[in-house]
Design a protein around this ligand. Structure first.
Ligand code: ADE
Length: 225
């Protein structure tokens, strides 16, 4: 899989992909993440990327041409399954969507800024719009990193058996059970007895019960679905 991220602020995306699991996934060749600086696709002398909104009003709008040039160049080089625009009014990201996107080939993620992109970009180039939550970030970069992370960790070979995504919260429509590690007792706070029993069937049963109870308490809507 290849993920191309188009942004006005490429440096903002240096860090998330340079550490730990996301870095290892790239080093192993399981995913390629390429960040594109939109400024390189500006054709104006001043390297302009945004302009005033037609009809007036506060806030700048990202211009169509640099975005068109960047997306068209990428599409001429390879096929893409989705061209995704990061926007607070998009479809809400959830585990099901991450699972679905992890099965795709190549993806483009376009990060918005200011008042967003010229509507014609959304109409003609974008195949899907994603929000990471009902709040507004200062740009789509952090949202794109969240989407990419949620996808990459699901790619075969990225996580080891011990960290398998199969036991994540949401993966069975339940949140994950509580976890503990050594010491078994810390300042009078004890690890539940059953986890020390060595009785695997009982441990699994306890974990399942905890997951159901936690889901009921924290995410009752998941049980209704
Ligand atoms: N850009 C700004 N806010 C966002 C959000 N909540 N999700 C996706 N992209 C965004």
């Amino acid at each position: 899989m290849r993920i191309d991220i188009i942004t006005l602020l490429p440096r903002l995306l240096d860090s998330p992909f340079s550490h730990s699991i996301l870095k290892r996934a790239q080093d192993k060749g399981l995913v390629e993440v390429v960040v594109h600086d939109l400024r390189e696709f500006s054709t104006s002398k001043q390297r302009q990327l945004d302009d005033y909104a037609y009809g007036g009003g506060a806030g700048m709008v990202m211009m169509i041409e640099p975005i068109d040039l960047c997306i068209s160049k990428l599409k001429a080089e390879r096929d893409y399954d989705e061209v995704i625009y990061m926007t607070p009014d998009g479809e809400l990201l959830n585990q099901g969507m991450a699972n679905e996107l992890s099965l795709k080939g190549n993806l483009i993620l376009l990060c918005g800024h200011y008042k967003g992109v010229d509507e014609r970009v959304r109409e003609h180039f974008i195949t899907r719009e994603i929000s990471i939550g009902d709040y507004v970030l200062s740009g789509g970069e952090l949202a794109a990193a969240v989407v990419a992370d949620s996808i990459i960790r699901l790619l075969p070979g990225v996580l080891s058996d011990e960290t398998s995504a199969l036991t994540d919260s949401f993966q069975d429509d339940l949140v994950a059970p509580p976890v503990y590690t050594r010491p078994a007792e810390y300042k009078g706070m004890e690890v539940p007895e059953v986890l020390l029993s060595g009785h695997q069937a009982k441990i699994e049963e306890w974990r399942y019960e905890q997951s159901v109870a936690r889901t009921r308490a924290r995410r009752p809507g998941m049980l209704d679905e």
